[in-house]
Write a protein that binds this ligand. Structure first.
Ligand code: MN
Length: 223
């Protein structure tokens, strides 16, 4: 499959990088009102260098149910909305639409964003854990940084979660408007399992064991 970038794509990236260098989370903050929503505002600084980066999959029961797949890269959570959620079957190609960077402290956020606010709905931490860059050269060395792989539109990562593990590939295949669309595909390794379908069979939080309905009803009674 040949990939064609729209003309001007690189200059758009350079402009975006210039803006991002000043505040990578500006888009995130611009969409939220910190005084009325319970999500982290992203004030915390990045974690220590010696910790492995984190990945998270958050089930987001919003106007349209989807799963937010996020990878820590260079101090923020690079993010994609995956309508069908991740699969453990290497034959599945799951659409993953790039969304704005989120702050690191969003990774373990679980709760209810009020209706009418950006992302209004219930958020559950469906899976979380460390991950590593699996894009290695012939000598087993890391070929490119995660940030370079993200910019180039092709990431290969090893996930070490409770539900998801082993290799996953994320590949940019088209751009609609200013949104990069990627495909999330399980790599055919020992963690691949065509029969598991964890999105439906393992439908509770890895942090609190609650379903989205339980998170929503507990938020109702506490307010
Ligand atoms: Mn979302």
């Amino acid at each position: 499959m040949t990939r064609r970038e729209p003309i001007g794509y690189n200059s758009a990236i350079i402009r975006a990088e210039t803006a991002v260098a000043q505040d990578p989370l500006k888009a995130y903050r611009d969409k939220r009102r910190a005084d009325v929503t319970p999500e982290p505002s992203g004030k915390h600084s990045p974690r220590a260098d010696d910790q492995p980066p984190v990945f998270v999959v958050q089930k987001h029961d919003a106007s349209t149910l989807h799963y937010d797949f996020r990878l820590e890269i260079d101090g923020v959570l690079k993010s994609w909305a995956v309508p069908k959620g991740p699969s453990t079957d290497p034959r599945d190609k799951r659409l993953a639409v790039e969304t704005e960077d989120h702050p690191l402290d969003y990774a373990d956020f679980e709760g209810v964003i009020p209706q009418g606010e950006y992302g209004g709905g219930t958020v559950m931490v469906w899976d979380i854990g460390p991950y590593d860059n699996a894009k290695l050269d012939d000598d087993g060395e890391i070929e490119k940084s995660l940030a370079e792989c993200w910019a180039d539109g092709h990431l290969t990562v090893n996930l070490h979660g409770k539900k998801l593990s082993g290799g996953y590939a994320l590949t940019h295949f088209r751009t609609e408007g200013n949104k990069r669309q990627w495909l999330l595909v399980k790599i055919d390794d020992e963690a691949a399992d065509a029969r598991r379908n964890p999105v439906s069979s393992e439908d509770s939080s890895v942090l609190s064991d609650r379903t989205t309905d339980e998170i929503a009803s507990e938020a109702d009674t506490s307010s």
